[in-house]
Design a protein around this ligand. Sequence first.
Ligand SMILES: Nc1nc2c(ncn2[C@@H]2O[C@H](COP(=O)(O)OP(=O)(O)O)[C@@H](O)[C@H]2O)c(=O)[nH]1
Ligand SMILES: [Mg+2]
Length: 691
Amino acid sequence: MKEYQSDQLRNVALVGHQGAGKTTLVEALLFNTGAINRMGRVEEKSTVSDWDDDEKERNLSLSTSLIPLEFEGVKINVLDTPGMTDFQGETKNAIRVADSVIVVVDAIAGVEVGTELAWQYAEVYQQPIIVTINKLDRENADFERTLESLRASFPGYKFIPVMLPIGSEANFNGVINLLTMKAYMGPGKDRSDLPEELKDEAEAARTVLIEAAAEADDALIEKYFSEGTLSNEEIRDGMRKAARDAYLKTVPVFVTSGAKNVGTIPLMEALMVYVSPPSQRRVQFQKPDGERDYLLAPQSDEGPLAVYVFKTTNDRFVGTLNYFRIFSGSVRSDGRYFNSVRGVEERFNSLLVMRGKEQLPVTELHAGDIGVVAKLTETKTGDTFCARTSPVQIVRPEFPDPLYAVAVLPKTQADSAKMGTILTSLSQADPTLRWRQDPDVKQTIVEGMGEAHVNLAISRAAKLGVGMEMVMPKVPYKETITRQGSDFYRHKKQSGGAGQFAEVHLRLEPNPGGGFVYETQIVGGVISQAFLPSIEKGINSVLGEGVIAGYPIIDVRAVAFDGKEHPVDSKDIAFQIAGREAFKKVFEESGPVLLEPIMNVSIVVPENMMGDVMGDLNTRRGRVQGMDTEGHRGTINAQVPYAEMMRYGNVLRSITGARGVYTMKLSHYEQVPAHLTQQVIAAHKAEMQHT
Ligand SMILES: Nc1nc2c(ncn2[C@@H]2O[C@H](COP(=O)(O)OP(=O)(O)O)[C@@H](O)[C@H]2O)c(=O)[nH]1
Ligand SMILES: [Mg+2]
């Protein structure tokens, strides 16, 4: 691939709800730029962007693909992102490294949850936004209605059509460029005069465009007021300014059909105008002391090296590929670069540009460019390369807490030896995927943003040679007591051989929020000092195991206040046993209960579905804390037991037709209702009988 200097680069993230047509649009753009001579189709598993077998299997993008387009001397790095909210980590990372965001909106469905989530992320990074209303060739596709749904969903923005559709549904076969007032019919580059019947509509839309361009610049607004119009050049400059400045909230709107390849060439021509070259963007970084600062524009080859790794893939054959964006400086193949997060230097043996899965070797990449390096050993997603002498770290995105968890079991002995390593490498590559050994529920937990996300990780692990079975994770209950109790336990084993004797009197008291506390109030030395820690040791051995249902015990004060010992048979182990058994006995008599995690849940759905969602929350022991509406969307904040939220994603999808999203965070622990506690205890007993 040709070498491109910083000002010959553009970086755009293609985002939007799954199925809006992003991958198909990329196919059309690749075809238009001659990178492919035939457009593939998602259904035929023949697109450049959905190259991964898992994507082909599901006819769905599951991860971000890098697609460089070479057009009129410029390289446009398109990041084709997955639209499914399960894979929002990929989308957020792509938006992090782009310089503009193109939001693809389905002309039938309008704004959907994937659209809104991507929009939020674009706002987080103050990314200028461009919209294309796509799939206009489909039956029931409607340009005006979709524009309305955009205005209703994002009230703070000005949506300015820069193109108008010619024809609709099956007859959608061209677009009007409101700047040149020329028509682009079909997939070609040819321009023709406007169809007579559309001239008035085009003139009216052009006036709106001129006003938006004028409002972006004081000199232009003055000219506009004094002369009542602007030249094409001035309109272009005004719109360029408006589109490149996220604060102006002016969104140029395009019209396309990726499948019919209509409207795609005007879109690409416009990218050159509306998307800033990377040298005009700035990015936040932090110094080793944690102080945050901005890399002042322009980013150039001469600037201090700052390279951010936003994606990592592990493939059995290709090995590790780290995708990176150069925010400042340049990189060369065979160069050695300092990873400021890992504190190590790595050699960039093979420097690449990827087009889907195709690897295109390059010798140098300049400031602003996006590239890939193969076979690094230490580097992970989120890392930064910089000069050792001026260490910086590009600030990583924050990702939402996981929403879906499974417990995994190794399929074979060999798998159990490799499970930890593979889960670590998968979660280091994907910041929204987590795993841990959970000592409380004694399970290996894998968590992600949804069922599809976690299932994909497990199927990828299998492809990398580690088989795992998925089971329902346990709810991480806790055990505690509700009232004071006291009793004693005598441990006596004096039948032949070394005898054992110990008697412990224990009082247990609830200790809300205070954790476990052990105290002794022995009078008269009835138990020697030496054995007091033995009692505690015995009690500690129960704390992790639980008494009533096998869950960790919290918030209990245990007071050893009396006891008996035998001059010969009393020993450490005897008092351990007596301590343990006394604790279990008194625990059972002190109103033992289970505590369950309660989550703060925030659910965003179309306003007209709030009733259904709240109705369902009532069946989940949910307590609504508050509601809010903005535009057509409503937010419900509620507290819901974790046990009721473990498979909520699918429920919300079916209630709202995949038009709802939610987040959840642990709030606190609360007592489990008695009838449910009995069920958990019974399940534990049944499990004990089988082990
Ligand atoms: N009629 C029509 N179908 C399209 C268009 N773009 C995509 N599709 C179809 O819509 C589905 C989803 O497309 P895809 O490109 O995977 O969407 P993505 O999830 O946003 O990447 C596929 O079945 C495509 O064939 C379009 O412009 N017109
Ligand atoms: Mg896709």
